[in-house]
Design a protein around this ligand. Structure first.
Ligand SMILES: [Cu+2]
Length: 284
């Protein structure tokens, strides 16, 4: 029994190691949420996220190649230049060609990393023309979403569904929210992010976005989700004891569904009072 367990852990460990090297996920993840033994990134549903994911894989291969090269050099030194094989070591110093090479090659490697990295940063930081703007405000401890006047001008709060609440089977624990932020598929959504009290951070792993929510300051990020679905993120700045209980749920729906939701939301959230007392999403 013990051997069987040991064998199983070895298999799990080696699978994880291989996955780590290849930058892939062990478990087939449900889209839009994390899964057990996940070592890579979540499935990306934005073009930017997919580029970042391939960049990540590219870096993993580059790092692996460098490590293997250095390991090979060390092995050559151990085998060929040990005291027995090489009793009188060479006293050579300075080799211009070698010295130029080991300066230039790392520089070239850094350039090969910097160029795609800066390109991705630019794409992230320079948003295209937005089709829709949503304002997300962090509160202790829940999120508030506001759709501006051209979308109906309403706002609502989004609280975590508590453990003893009526969480539906498809809503993951600690990630499901009572009111999701809803956006149409294939549209550029600009998210303006701020906080009403302490530092929070708005993050959605499947979209590859994360931006600080800072009181008194309006930050922004953007995404264009290419696939309909429900996506989950969390506050990503330690903000207090309710920090793990303020999930972000974004529903990406078709344009017709979005229009229908908008019509319903306008009615439903019309009476939301901005000075309503802060609701605490308490942990169970
Ligand atoms: Cu927070």
């Amino acid at each position: 029994m013990r051997i069987e367990n040991a064998r199983r852990s070895v298999t799990a460990l080696s699978t994880a190691a291989v996955a780590l090297v290849l930058g892939i996920n062990v478990a087939s993840a449900a889209a839009g949420q994390p899964s057990p033994w996940e070592t890579g990134m979540q499935e990306m549903v934005t073009e930017l996220g997919q580029s970042v994911s391939s960049f990540h894989t590219y870096l993993v291969w580059l790092i692996t190649a460098i490590c293997l090269f250095v390991l090979a050099l060390i092995l050559v030194i151990i085998v060929r230049f040990n005291e027995n094989k090489n009793p009188t070591p060479s006293r050579t110093t300075h080799n211009t060609l070698l010295e130029v090479a080991w300066t230039i090659v790392p520089v070239l490697i850094l350039v090969a990393i910097a160029i795609p990295s800066f390109r991705l940063l630019r794409e992230q930081l320079v948003p295209p023309q937005a089709d829709l703007v949503v304002k997300a405000t962090g509160y202790s401890w829940y999120w508030g979403y506001e759709y501006p006047a051209d979308q109906g001008g309403f706002k609502f709060d989004s609280n975590m569904i508590p453990e003893d609440g009526n969480r539906k089977p498809d809503q993951p624990r600690l990630l499901g929210a009572d009111n999701a932020m809803v956006v149409p598929v294939g549209k550029v959504v600009r998210v303006q992010v701020t906080s009403a009290d302490v530092l929070h951070a708005f993050a959605m792993p499947s979209f590859y976005i994360k931006v600080d929510a800072v009181p008194g300051r309006l930050n922004e990020t953007w995404f264009k989700a290419e696939k309909e679905g429900v996506y989950y993120g969390q506050c990503s700045e330690l903000c207090g004891n309710g920090h793990p209980y303020m999930p972000i749920e974004i529903r990406v729906v078709s344009e017709q569904q979005f229009a229908a939701w908008l019509a319903e939301a306008k009615q439903r959230y019309a009476s939301t009072d901005s000075s309503a007392p802060i609701k605490f999403a308490t942990a169970q």
